[in-house]
Design a protein around this ligand. Structure first.
Ligand SMILES: [Zn+2]
Ligand SMILES: [Zn+2]
Length: 145
């Protein structure tokens, strides 16, 4: 968990001033480091972030590369910080509530995926830059319901 001064340094390092909404957003994402929905962020901010302010902060931090967004299978936007996550990871989505968690594959599996990706490049003449793999399921809370 980073401190507020560290977050200010990160923002300024990206040419952004350390405004309250930007700091608030980063702190919320770091407090619960998994992809979070707009509704979850708003409720974690306990009234400190208005929806329009949040959207603006998200787009600014996204441009600066400090956060990433992903879209759930139902089309919901989820936001996660890039400051502490391991660079390459995957997501499991709950089809019941749209919650997502971060997961990492074993090195062996990643190597196999990379090898397959090489084949795709060769057989299609594409240049592949990255891969993203989504796993879908039902989370613990939704199973109990
Ligand atoms: Zn769920
Ligand atoms: Zn991977």
């Amino acid at each position: 968990m980073e401190t507020t001064p560290e977050r200010k340094v990160k923002l300024r390092g990206q040419g952004l001033s350390a405004t309250r909404p930007r700091l608030e957003l980063l702190q919320i994402l770091e407090n619960d480091p998994r992809p979070q929905s707009i509704e979850e962020i708003i409720s974690s901010s306990s009234g400190k972030l208005a929806l329009s302010t949040l959207y603006r902060a998200i787009s600014e931090l996204l441009d600066a590369g400090l956060i990433e967004t992903l879209v759930s299978p139902d089309g919901k936007t989820l936001v996660e910080t890039t400051l502490q996550a391991t660079a390459h990871h995957h997501h499991v989505f709950c089809k019941g509530c749209d919650k997502a968690i971060d997961i990492e594959f074993s090195d062996d599996l990643e190597k196999n995926i990379e090898a397959e990706v090489k084949n795709i490049e060769i057989s299609n003449g594409w240049k592949v830059s990255d891969h993203s793999i989504e796993i879908l399921g039902i989370c613990e809370q939704c199973t109990v319901r």
